[in-house]
Design a protein around this ligand. Sequence first.
Ligand code: COA
Length: 316
Amino acid sequence: MMHQAHVTIAGAGFYVPPRVVTNNDLSQRLETDDEWIVQRTGIRQRHLVEESVTTTDLATRAAWAALDQSGTAAEEIDLVIVATSTPDDRFPSTAARVQHAIGATHAAAFDLSAACSGFVYATAVGSQWIETGCFRNALVVGVDVFSRIVDWRDRRTAILFGDGAGAVLLRRTEKPYPYYLSLGADGSGGELLRAPMGGPVSMNGTEVYKFGVRIIPSLLQEALQALHLTIDDLALVIPHQANARIIESAAKKGGYPFEKFFLNVDRYGNTSAASIPIALTEALQQKVVREGDLVAMIGFGGGLTWGIHVLSVYAR
Ligand code: COA
């Protein structure tokens, strides 16, 4: 595996629908309460779409935001990848719709499905095509609208998820920068977290919890070892925002300082493929991550799938 690549995150943006649904709002229709949800998950509220809003709408707004922030014109984009498990249609892909909506007239476009790991899988694909010299600018969007696929009568799953979209612009750099990538899958765990065609999300919460706590520190250790770095060399770890308790236990298990892990699950819930780019954008806005910094993005979820991607931000 290569430890350097000519690729950086040149910009990021996100969009969440304006409607905020708090834990107390949920307790009006489900047998649950704010205290239970906060204690077990760290989630306080989530944003949910109105009926008329599509996955493409959210993805397009996030794409605009990332382009804006990176100062890139839509015509300069060579590739659009949208990671999603909740596309509007089987085809055309969400990516093709986004490509058209933003006017990325020179871009190839396709969707990628790897559930909550989708964004890391997609930045892996985009960055590798950039490294080969095939493309210069790749727009990678993570978007999911789980409010359309959860069973709103099931308190064990409905409380966990929120809707949203996030995007990054990956760009080729002149010089190589530190880079690490590791992806994995174990289809034998497929039933642990599943959304069948036409059916709602089902989950074995306990097993998925254990999987998250195990895989996050294991991926991080692998990446740091390979790069001959310590946790202090990373500006930030951006884990998939499934659950604050998973992230806290994972940090503890690996012996990593919890402050290194970005957390915003309290405000958005688990937005699946969108959670990492939303978190990354907020980290950039808060200046927790600055020009030339290294970040580690860690995804895990349905499949089962997992992945870590370490790369630089705003490098030239
Ligand atoms: N409100 C109140 N009570 C609830 C509840 C809710 N929203 N959901 C479940 N309960 C109840 C259960 O019915 C159970 O009651 P019982 O003992 O009377 O049967 C009790 O709380 C404990 O349930 P359990 O499932 O053992 O809770 P838990 O401590 O494992 O927490 C999760 C449940 C879902 C929070 C936890 O398993 C988890 O975070 N899993 C990972 C989920 C995840 O991140 N998935 C996405 C990964 S990409």
